[in-house]
Ligand binder design. Structure first.
Ligand SMILES: [Zn+2]
Length: 338
């Protein structure tokens, strides 16, 4: 069994000793990938931090939410696997069918080459409250992809008119610190004020140098939110909590990866994951030098440390883990009904 949850006694001890005292009663995970076998090419598997999956469906998500956050009422924002190698339509249908927009909230995958009329019809008639673009959908060398390529104006016009959410994983090697990203992010938020932009993984700023000085221009944008998926670095989290408005931070994990064993570590103004299983994004520890818990618990530890250092209280935690995200989803629902 590859998943690190409270089904293992050592994780239950971590939960009891380190999280139970402060973790709010209601938890909304704003960044979860779900897919069924029809999403994947025939016979293929999805590499989840070194573990091969044929599916990560709503049943698996329900099980993991219960096992990771015992005694908590849980909910999640769900979307498919954003890559051209997967069956986008099948994955979107699976997400739409499994989401009730009460506990599980649906976002639709978005390929920038799609016909805006089709996207409009789908978004307006389906349960979707947001979209999930991705750099791999853009027909360009991956290092050259820009935010504007992922979100062309005719599609943004549709999203803006419907008032929906964009779950944006920014491109480019410089991540949050990249000047092209900075320009285009500011311009995107200003040009489409009714669209709600979520900066996934805090702009992929997993190490301190990438975030310090690079959210100052962004923090005043009224339609920009920050999701913490896979950000476990306490210094990064402390900087984000101290800098952006408290109602814009969203707890998020990037399940199913976050239930796998491993940790993100800052090394010399860079970062790497360290995992017990071989994975292309990680340095791997095949000798079993240390015992791991899941990425999600390392993230909770980071959040706990940052919150304690800043002296943030119950109100902040309730907002971060539930209320901020729920308000954002409700705003998208209201815009869509108009
Ligand atoms: Zn993700």
């Amino acid at each position: 069994m590859w998943r690190e949850t409270t089904k293992r006694e050592r994780n239950m001890s971590i939960f009891r000793e380190e999280f139970a005292g402060w973790l709010p009663k209601r938890i909304l995970d704003f960044h979860v990938h779900v897919f069924n076998p029809a999403t994947l090419p025939q016979g293929a598997t999805y590499n989840c931090a070194g573990h091969a999956l044929r599916r990560y469906g709503f049943a698996e998500l329900r099980r993991d939410l219960a096992e990771l956050y015992p005694g908590r009422r849980t909910a999640a924002v769900c979307f498919g696997l954003p890559d051209r190698i997967y069956n986008r339509a099948a994955n979107d249908r699976y997400v739409a069918a499994g989401c009730d927009n009460r506990r599980f909230f649906a976002f639709r995958l978005l390929d920038p080459s799609e016909d805006p009329a089709v996207v409009r019809r789908d978004l307006a008639s389906g349960p979707y409250l947001g979209v999930k673009p991705y750099l791999n959908y853009v027909r360009k060398p991956v290092d050259d992809v820009e935010i504007d390529d992922m979100l062309p104006a005719p599609l943004m016009k549709v999203i803006n008119e419907l008032g929906l959410i964009v779950m944006l994983h920014i491109p480019r090697k410089g991540r949050l610190a990249d000047p092209v990203n900075q320009e285009q992010l500011v311009a995107l938020c200003r040009r489409w004020p009714n669209a709600k932009i979520v900066l996934a993984h805090v702009g992929r700023a997993y190490f301190l140098k990438n975030v310090v000085g690079h959210i100052d221009r962004l923090r005043k944008l009224p339609n920009l939110w920050y999701d913490l998926a896979m950000v476990g670095n306490p210094e990064v989290l402390e900087h984000v909590f101290a800098t952006v408005p408290a109602d814009r931070v969203l707890y998020a994990t990037d399940q199913p990866i976050a239930v796998a064993p491993g940790k993100s570590l800052e090394i010399n103004n860079q970062y790497s994951y360290i995992t017990p299983a071989p994975w292309k994004l990680a340095i791997h520890d095949t000798s079993g030098r240390v015992v791991y818990t899941c990425f999600a618990y390392e993230e909770l530890r980071g959040i706990g440390k940052a919150v304690a250092r800043l002296g943030l209280g119950r109100r902040f935690l309730n907002g971060l883990f539930h209320d901020n995200g729920m308000r954002l989803l409700q705003a998208a629902m209201r815009s869509k009904e108009r």
